[in-house]
Write a new protein. Structure first.
Length: 259
């Protein structure tokens, strides 16, 4: 993944039933590059694609790493690769991106992220991660792009993300968060792309909690629960923010990285 798995897809017009959408990001884009023994360092860029805010295409080379050692003998990165992760390397071979979208990773496996303090982009969409697993993510203070599309997290899990004040792109489509989470997300002042087309109910009041995110220029919300008047009031306060309201279920579509 490039420095940012970000880029919220702008297909608000596409109607489909609750799909699995991820958003898309565009500034620091997230590239992915799971490697074998010969990993290639990739520039720290941010690509992403989907109704989760879109992810940026990987700029570094990536090859699946063979599973040769028992799990208890593997380093953190090697174990993540064994689980199917694509890893992006930046300067001095530092890990800046990890893409575990659709893999068999669980809460217990996220301990292997602990030493990746240069990590800028993380994709855990469509995995078995829960609120408990987000405790490990909360320590990754340099994260800019985070994708959690279709993950079984609730308002409790979002509380653990409150310390990630560098987040620019965040995808929470097809999760169980409510207005309570929107209040917390309203404190993440660097957010530029946010997808919250959730399975739970969001209201006009919840939307209002996001109106102070001055950098926000793409927001994806459910179509039915939030009124047209509330959207107009929100747009009056943040005129540069494009509000996406698909009349369908979330699609697997990530927000693109920001420029």
């Amino acid at each position: 993944m490039g420095e940012a798995q970000a880029s919220l897809t702008e297909d608000a017009d596409v109607s489909q039933p609750q799909s699995t959408e991820k958003p898309v990001v565009t500034q620091d884009e997230v590239a992915t590059g799971a490697g074998t023994d010969t990993e290639r360092a990739a520039p720290e860029s941010d690509p992403v694609s989907g109704n989760e805010p879109e992810r940026v295409p990987p700029e570094s080379g990536k090859e699946p790493s063979p599973e040769v050692a028992p799990a208890d003998m593997l380093t953190g990165v090697a174990r993540l690769r064994q689980l199917g992760a694509e890893v992006e390397l930046g300067a001095e071979d530092r890990v800046i991106g990890v893409d575990l979208d659709g893999t068999r990773v669980t809460d217990a496996d996220l301990v292997h992220l602990a030493d990746l303090q240069d990590l800028k982009s993380l994709n855990l969409s469509r995995t078995a991660v829960t609120d408990k697993g987000l405790e490990e993510i909360a320590n990754l203070r340099r994260l800019k792009f985070l994708y959690l599309f279709g993950v079984a997290i609730t308002d409790e899990g979002v509380k653990r993300l409150a310390e990630l004040d560098r987040l620019e792109v965040l995808c929470l489509d097809d999760t169980q968060i409510t207005d309570k989470s929107l209040k917390l997300l309203g404190e993440l002042k660097r957010l530029e792309k946010l997808h919250v087309q959730t399975r739970a109910t969001l209201t006009d009041e919840g939307l209002g909690q996001l109106a102070d995110l001055r950098r926000l220029f793409e927001l994806r919300i459910p179509y039915s629960e939030i009124s047209e008047d509330a959207v107009k009031a929100f747009s009056a306060r943040l005129p540069r923010c494009k509000v996406l309201r698909p009349e369908t279920k979330p699609i697997d579509d990530e927000p693109e990285p920001t420029d």
